[in-house]
Design a binder for this molecule. Structure first.
Ligand code: DX5
Ligand code: ZN
Length: 218
């Protein structure tokens, strides 16, 4: 099987978003990864509902919206209405994670939980059967183009074991520092979804880079 490829628009040319999205429509990308940052949960601010709505008008692929915001439960329906198909919230930002995950699923979106590089994978023990995917952050969230944290391999292994132990069906998404050199090893380790920002949009031929990522096989 081939992985799901989710290019992150964070590294795209925001002055030419329509052009970038049309390129992704034509490419082998499966999902479009949108990073929402609030300047509180992470030390950066990106964009919100109006921009997602605009992206939705052009995009022909599912929108994978990654919320790096505090109290995300306040906005679940708003993100659905803006066009999100997959919605992930951070474990560290949710006091009532179980409720929030089910709010997302009740609105017919795929529900994901994201964990920061220092959050023990074991903390997912009692939520793993409820989520559709886990976002393993392989950089500290907030910025594109950061270096991959090597300890993430150990965390992916722990997560694969946790999923097997519970006979859960959660997919594993890796986010941060994914490139053409580590992608195959990540897939071999059990990753289902590759997010890539800088690797795709910083390359000379983004469509070709996406095709190369897509070609990697389990
Ligand atoms: C980081 C974001 C990532 C980011 C990945 O906080 O969650 O999605 O865009 O960018 P790269 O692939 O450049 O590390
Ligand atoms: Zn992200």
């Amino acid at each position: 099987m081939n992985p799901i490829i989710a290019p992150s628009l964070l590294s795209s040319d925001f002055a030419n978003l329509e052009k970038e999205i049309k390129m992704l429509n034509k490419s082998q990308a499966d999902w479009l990864h949108l990073d929402i940052m609030d300047g509180h949960f992470v030390p950066n601010i990106t964009f919100g509902m109006p921009v997602i709505r605009a992206i939705k008008k052009v995009a022909q692929k599912p929108l994978d919206v990654h919320l790096m915001i505090e109290k995300p439960e306040r906005y679940i329906a708003d993100f659905k209405n803006a066009g999100a198909d997959c919605l992930s919230v951070h474990w560290e930002a949710c006091t009532h994670l179980h409720r929030t995950i089910h709010q997302i699923k009740d609105l017919d979106m795929l529900a994901g939980v994201a964990i920061n590089p220092h959050t023990p994978v074991a903390f997912l023990e009692d939520i793993i059967k409820d989520v559709d995917f886990v976002v393993v952050m392989s950089v500290n969230p907030g910025f594109g183009g950061q270096r991959f944290i090597m300890n993430s391999y150990k965390r992916i292994k722990e997560l694969v074991e946790l999923i097997e132990k519970h006979e859960a069906e959660a997919m594993i998404e890796i986010d941060g520092g994914v490139d053409l050199d580590n992608a195959q090893l990540l897939i071999d380790s059990g990753v289902d979804i590759l997010v890539a920002g800088n690797t795709v949009f910083g390359s000379e031929n983004p469509m070709e880079t996406i095709a190369k990522l897509k070609k990697m096989i389990y």
